[in-house]
Design a protein around this ligand. Sequence first.
Ligand code: SF4
Ligand code: MG
Length: 334
Amino acid sequence: MEKILEVNDLHVTFTTYGGTVKAVRGVNFHLNKGETLAIVGESGCGKSVTSNAIMRLIPDPPGKISNGTIHFNGEDLTKIPEKEMRAKRGVDISMIFQDPMTALNPTITIESQLVEGLRQHHHVSRKDARKKALEMMDLVGIPNPRERLKQYPHQFSGGMRQRIVIAIALICEPELLIADEPTTALDVTIQAQILELFDKIQRQTGVSIILITHDLGVVAKIADRIAVMYAGKVIETGTRREIFYNPEHPYTKGLLKSVPRLDLQEDKLTPIDGTPPDLFSPPQGCPFTARCPFAMEVCDKVYPAMTELSDSHKVNCWLQDERAKQLLAETAVK
Ligand code: SF4
Ligand code: MG
């Protein structure tokens, strides 16, 4: 499979009066063409910072990509001039945020907002732009597009507004769409409809998608692969099947226990006790140690290396590492 995006050893820091926050600490993942990768984790785990780094939207200062590479179609986005990056944003790579209202201008018609995005980057006539806008309204499932184009954001429901935001993000036919918590502000039925829409858009346009969410339940239907983040690191990746049916990291298992499941109605939802570590001074060992029911002595001291459980399933946990037994024996002797 052809890779459209490859992130290697990404580090992002923020300098504050209180010290330096290590928000992203050596993140690795890739995205194949035409697939949906979900990046999942609690708030503050670095998932939004990672996506902002891909868009080169980390405010510098106080933020900084302090190390690593982000290859998009073979080109390292961390190295290109801002002018080139600006030409890619909204054109080759588009992003959708949580709150559709802040993404739309309340004083401008939907048509102008759609057309403006297109005409900013491409030389198209008003007529062709309008035709494209109508096509996009149709693609995202807005009824009566001709009349609706003349309306303003407040005349649409929250779910419809998010559909318009998606239409704007897609009008330049980007190859990569990054959606950061795109359904969090919506109620459950609308959430499901928007997720189905992503699925449909991907089938029709072949766009590659990164879906960022704190809710594993959201990705159960549409993610091809899942990367689980914790304390600025990706701690487990796998196909949707591998993560849902064969999770190996205790944190991933904990996340799954906190997701409502239709097939296990009698099961109580169990939140994970404790809080993530302070990223001003992150632990040198496994960051989950303080919350992990299986923590061993080695966990706190040494960060676990990545273990490959299959071609697609990878985990950083000492429980999966053959060397843990040996290290345990050694520490026991001392
Ligand atoms: Fe738990 Fe240790 Fe695995 Fe971390 S490395 S998740 S502390 S068993
Ligand atoms: Mg976020």
